[in-house]
Design a protein around this ligand. Structure first.
Ligand code: RFL
Ligand code: PHB
Length: 393
């Protein structure tokens, strides 16, 4: 087997890269460890930056998103019984975000790939990476009991945090930065109308909460919980009672509760690997970096990596600009570190980081400053809607 770009992982990064390359006449094959249904069963991100939305449009997969996704001009931040409205458009040059679930993005990308007739191989548990230091790298794996070699020009490692790709970069070259938080997010999805038309990020002495949504009939709520918590110990009743206790009274009194249709605990982590390229291997998305979800940046960073690598590969294949390949890692990391900073900052401003009342008062002062001063609102809004992409050259 031979293709131009071999992609490991059929999450949003792999599928979006594959679709854009296919549209540009660059052949690619996606190798995924799990089944398509399993990939679609993971409930994750909900907020898309404008850059991500544009890239999905450019890939030709935006029809359902443009019809069903919800454009949000603002978000709310709650603390101490107050609710502050952050007018994103006003403080970030007219920009907005789109509320449209990662599951739906993935579904649209899978459908477009199937319609295009591009090859995806699912349920491949044993892919391995070879010869990335040479000009003929390859992937090897077992398909229907037979050993396969997929030869290619480049390998895109889009296999998430638990994937194999980044380990193919020699340990003496690879540098990993990590911060693990002592809490996680307990998330619930329910067929109930959202409590507010805008997302609410809330700081409370009992812990952080987030009110989000997937549609006007489907809500997504999160609670900060100690990382030692077990999801089995959280009945729906316990979840709703705890959520209500952290909300300002005016919000709690309008919360509509119902049976959960998904409930899970996600750990919070900040992580970056450098460099994001080694020889013919490129890392994208969660394979190279993780952010705590407080800034809604994970999926958007995956899209931003795809934006850079896609534009570089088009110039490589169509204009012979192979020198651009060496720019990928620095270009991607520049934006990633700024999003890492924002996600870490939002997390520390909104979660219960310590039991020391002094720290709590400092958090309140910070929240007040960033939700009421012109410069604070601008910093918050511009980072939340997403910093601009650079030109690849
Ligand atoms: P994914 O989605 O993890 O996909 C990687 C794919 O690679 C496959 N794989 C392999 N395939 C072949 N061989 C191997 N050896 C393989 N190892 C792994 C996996 O099965 C999988 O299908 O990574 P990708 O594509 O980089 O996408 C990243 C996003 O999924 C992630 O950053 C976001 O979900 C993070 N995130 C959020 N991001 C946002 O932009 N906005 C949000 O509002 C937001 N909310 C969230 C989130 C993540 C959350 N969790 C559960 C971690 C909320 C939560 C709760
Ligand atoms: C979500 O809807 O799942 C969501 C929204 C905003 C975040 C994180 C998750 O910051």
């Amino acid at each position: 087997m031979r293709t131009q770009v071999a992609i490991i992982g059929a999450g949003p990064a792999g599928l979006l890269l594959g679709q854009l390359l296919h549209n540009a006449g660059i052949s690619n094959v996606i190798i995924e460890r799990r089944s398509g249904d399993y990939v679609l069963s993971r409930i994750r991100a909900g907020v898309l930056e404008e850059g991500t939305v544009q890239l999905l449009r450019e890939a030709g997969v935006s029809q359902r998103m443009d019809a069903e996704g919800m454009v949000h001009h603002g978000v709310q931040i709650a603390f101490r019984e107050q609710i502050r409205h952050i007018d994103l458009s006003r403080h970030a040059d007219g920009k907005t975000v789109m509320v449209y679930g990662q599951t739906e993005v993935t579904r649209d990308l899978m459908a477009a790939r199937a319609a295009a007739g591009a090859l995806s191989l699912y349920n491949i548990p044993d892919v391995s990476i070879h010869n990335i230091e040479s000009s003929n790298p390859s992937l090897q794996f077992t398909l229907n009991g037979e050993r396969q070699v997929l030869e290619c020009d480049y390998i895109a490692g889009c296999d998430g945090f638990h994937g194999i790709s980044r380990h193919a970069i020699p340990a003496e070259i690879r540098c990993e930065y990590e911060k693990v938080y002592p809490f996680g997010w307990l998330g619930v999805l329910s067929e109930t109308p959202p409590v507010s038309p805008e997302l609410i990020y809330g700081a409370h002495s009992r812990g952080f909460f987030l009110c989000s949504m997937r549609s006007m009939a489907r809500s997504r709520y999160y609670l900060e919980v100690p990382i030692s918590e077990q999801v089995e110990d959280w009945s729906d009743d316990r979840f709703w009672t705890e959520l209500r206790s952290r909300m300002p009274e005016s919000v709690a009194s309008t919360l509509v509760t119902g049976a959960s249709i998904e409930k899970s605990i996600a750990p919070l982590r900040s992580f970056v690997v450098e460099p994001m390229q080694y020889g013919r291997l490129f890392l994208l998305g969660d394979a190279a970096h993780i952010v705590p979800p407080t800034g809604a940046k994970g999926l958007n960073l995956a899209a931003s990596d795809v934006n850079y690598l896609y534009r570089i590969l088009v110039k490589v294949y169509h204009e012979g600009r192979t020198e651009l390949l060496a720019r990928y890692s620095a270009l991607a990391l520049d934006r990633i570190w700024k999003a890492e900073r924002f996600s870490w900052w939002m997390t520390s401003m909104l979660h219960r980081l310590s039991a020391n009342p002094f720290d709590h008062r400092v958090q309140l002062a910070e929240l007040d400053y960033f939700t009421s001063s012109e410069e604070g609102l601008q910093t918050l809004a511009r980072n939340y809607v997403g910093l601009p992409y650079q030109d690849v050259g």
